[in-house]
Write a new protein. Structure first.
Length: 344
């Protein structure tokens, strides 16, 4: 009996089937590779936004420092330019006095050649020759020496003003760079927040509120230590700004960045402190966490780019970030570095 075997599939057909299968696998894997990445979760977005806020604040404090340097340089340059202008007037008056002497000499029978050369168009090189002074009277020598001293002072002042103008140009450049870095970070953070649903944004806002006021929505327990002195007055002033907006570079009275709030608060207590965290850290006596009293400055992060006011019971009052504004927060939510007690 003849056997009925299935015809053997041609090699070419098997190869074609395998090729189609492989091609399909490649297409599928390519589609998977180009598939849209999974949308980040609310918590991931919040963490990324907080990191961007920190980077923006670092740039903001450097911006504030450059702005402070710019203001100081502009003041110093203005003062130097005023001094140069007044000095030039004095120099002109001294030359006028010497000219009067020359006129008197001329009327009395002739002008001394040394004096005539000094009053010529290019007296400076002539004055370098000290021997010419020997040919002048004592009164004339005194007048010439005053003029020489005034010329040297004016040259030094002009050189100092030129150096400060160069520093001012560099500071203005740094100012623009830091402002752009801060603005770019904040814009990136806002874009991330906008990618969330309205419900997710509301949840983050609620979480922030509970973190600063407690689960029951009440104001935090600040303990039994009553604020006193200038520090207490500064804290009391800052407490009137709870809920105010955080805006980079602002120092009140309706919006603040972190160091802007602390400077404003102490100003209300008639105490002057500097503008930025890096200098505020040296405006008083450094203390540890266990020594903190209400109103002391508290600094966070290894580069001390954030500052607030100790409010009591391990709570801080600070201009937190663009999302949270001015609020209370646990001192343990940020990497504490040290406190500073302001005198006065």
């Amino acid at each position: 009996m003849a056997s009925h075997r299935r015809p053997k599939q041609p090699t070419r057909m098997r190869t074609t089937v395998l090729g189609v299968t492989a091609a399909a696998a490649v297409v599928l894997s390519g589609q998977a590779a180009h598939a849209a990445p999974a949308k980040p979760s609310k918590d991931e977005v919040k963490a990324k936004v907080d990191a961007l806020y920190e980077e923006a604040e670092q740039a903001t404090e450097k911006f504030n420092g450059a702005k402070e340097r710019q203001d100081k340089l502009e003041t110093e340059i203005g003062q130097l330019q005023d001094q140069v202008a007044r000095g030039q007037e004095d120099l002109n008056a001294l030359r006028g006095t010497l000219g009067s002497m020359a006129s008197a000499q001329y009327r009395s029978g002739g002008i001394d050649q040394s004096l005539a050369l000094f009053l010529s168009a290019d007296p400076d090189n002539y004055l370098d020759k000290a021997s010419t002074l020997e040919q002048l009277s004592g009164q004339q020598v005194e007048a010439v020496q005053k003029i020489q001293a005034k010329q040297r002072t004016l040259a030094q002042q002009r050189q100092e003003a030129a150096g400060k103008l160069t520093d001012l140009d560099a500071t203005r450049k740094e100012l623009g760079e830091k402002k752009k870095v801060s603005s770019d970070k904040l814009a990136e953070a806002q874009a991330l927040l906008n990618s969330l649903t309205a419900q997710e944004r509301a949840q983050i806002k609620d979480e922030d509120s509970r973190a600063s006021r407690g689960a029951d929505g009440r104001a935090p327990d600040l303990g039994n230590v009553k604020p006193s002195g200038r520090a207490g007055a500064a804290l009391a002033a800052a407490q009137t700004k709870i809920g105010s907006a955080y805006i980079s570079g602002h120092e009140g009275p309706s919006s603040f960045d972190c160091s802007g709030l602390t400077q404003w608060a102490y100003k209300q207590a008639n105490v002057s402190i500097s503008r930025v965290t890096y200098t505020q850290a040296n405006d008083g006596t450094r203390i540890g966490k266990s020594q903190l009293q209400p109103g002391d400055l508290v600094f966070f992060y290894s580069d001390i780019h954030h500052v607030g006011l100790y409010a009591g019971n391990n709570m801080v009052l600070h201009a937190s970030n663009p999302r949270g504004g001015v609020k209370y927060e646990s001192i343990n939510n940020m990497p504490f570095q040290f406190g500073v007690r302001i005198g006065g």
